[in-house]
Design a binder for this molecule. Structure first.
Ligand SMILES: Cc1ncc(COP(=O)(O)O)c(C=O)c1O
Length: 396
């Protein structure tokens, strides 16, 4: 099979799973009305599949800041952070992240994906080891591949399995980077950070925590799982993204280790790409301020999360181990997941469809992302719709 025939075979496998005309992936959003509503085709839909956890996509403070930066600094930096792409705003945002986490320093990357790629490949290399959770996001996995370090996975959130693998490493643990996530992106569950820190200290490893889905969501000021658990000083490196609670695009890494700065000189995903646009940086700075002051938004978010999680569980859906902004109905059968996804769209609700191999354990997911701008009535409508479909599709 040549290279193009291999792509044809992959396309045929995808089509076999998704019948013709079902545009579950890359669905065109024609118009966006607010943080919770948009038009898909002719339908005005409720958005329940975005990562807009604090509902800040239309925050006037962010929009005004972005407009001002566009007017004053232009549309793009047209260059790398290493060359001409470090404006005042990029450096200010780095200081603001360092201040937010009460850390020595911070680095801004062009995407959250590159924050993981750049941090991991800058920290470890050939001869080192990465110990990662089995449910890790692709950006973590790709960062590990780029680094050339040996990759060892432990079973998702399974501390006994993690310790077994650490024990086997012997004196190589000192050059081992453990990587976990604050909230896991598929089932919305949290890492057992206190246990992980205990093992990290016992075996003298280095720990990186990706707060992509937990930034803005957990902790009194929204730092994430480190703040919720009070373990800020125990985690060596924290990465995160601007594309979820901060409603723009970009990523960061913060650390108390002064060596973080050296990544600027060795990390290809930092050096060999253009820096985020001034408007992106300006809106992110405004959003970070709103996030820090946003305990009322977090309260509303958690009210919505708990309402929908409890409702889906009561109906009888299998859901993840704990409530969170990501709430997935877990299905054994991709056909049922597809049917539920399609029928929800007919009821004017847009959610994410996740089919194997993207979901853990070969399952299929109808994955909802809840945000602070959703209303109680919207959550009730979503719950009622899921209840109807449970009877219509799963019990027929
Ligand atoms: C856990 C995790 N880390 C990193 C990323 C990458 O962030 P971005 O999409 O902003 O590049 C994602 C994106 O979904 C994620 O879920």
């Amino acid at each position: 099979m040549n290279l193009l025939e291999k792509l044809d075979a992959a396309a045929a496998a995808r089509k076999a799973m998704l019948p013709e005309g079902v545009g579950a992936f890359g669905i065109p959003i024609e118009e966006v009305y607010s943080a919770t509503e948009a038009r898909i085709g002719k339908r005005r839909v409720l958005l329940l599949g975005t990562n807009n956890y604090l509902g800040l996509t239309f925050a006037p403070e962010c929009i005004q800041a972005a407009h001002k930066a566009l007017d004053e600094e232009g549309t793009g930096t047209t260059g790398s952070r290493m060359a001409n792409g470090s404006y005042y705003g990029h450096r200010a945002l780095e200081r603001e992240f360092a201040d937010f986490y009460d850390c020595g320093s911070g680095i801004v990357f062009t995407t959250g994906y590159q924050a993981n790629l750049g941090t991991i490949s800058g920290l470890v290399g050939r001869g080192d080891t990465v110990l990662i959770d089995g449910d890790s996001h692709a950006s973590i996995f790709d960062g590990c591949i780029l680094s050339g370090a040996e990759i060892i996975r432990f079973k998702h959130n399974d501390m006994a399995d993690m310790e077994k693998r650490l024990r086997r490493l012997g004196d190589r643990t000192e050059t081992t980077l453990i990587i976990v996530e604050g909230i896991y992106s598929m089932l919305g569950d949290q890492a057992p950070l206190a246990d992980i820190v205990e093992l990290k200290n016992k075996y003298r490893c280095t720990l990186l925590l990706d707060e992509a889905h937990s930034l803005g969501v957990l902790g009194e000021t929204g730092q994430g799982l480190v703040e919720k658990t009070g373990l800020q000083k125990e985690v060596d490196f924290i990465t995160g993204t601007f594309s979820k609670s901060l409603c723009s695009i970009g990523g960061f890494c913060v650390s108390n280790h002064p060596q973080l700065d050296q990544l600027r000189y060795v990390s290809h995903p930092y050096i060999f790409t253009a820096s985020p646009s001034p408007a992106t940086i300006a809106s992110t700075r405004a959003a970070l301020q709103l996030l820090r002051e946003g305990s009322h938004l977090r309260r509303q978010l958690w009210k919505n999360c708990t309402q929908l999680y409890n409702r889906l569980a009561e109906i009888g859906y299998q859901v993840g181990p704990e409530p969170g902004p990501v709430i997935a109905a877990i299905l054994d059968n991709p056909k049922q997941a597809l049917q539920i996804w399609q029928r929800l769209l007919e009821k004017n609700i847009y959610v994410n469809l996740i089919l194997p191999p993207a979901a853990p354990d070969g399952k299929s997911l109808v994955r909802c992302s809840v945000n602070a701008a959703h209303t109680t009535e919207q959550m009730t409508y979503v719950g009622d719709s899921f209840a109807n479909l449970y009877h219509e599709i799963l019990q027929s």
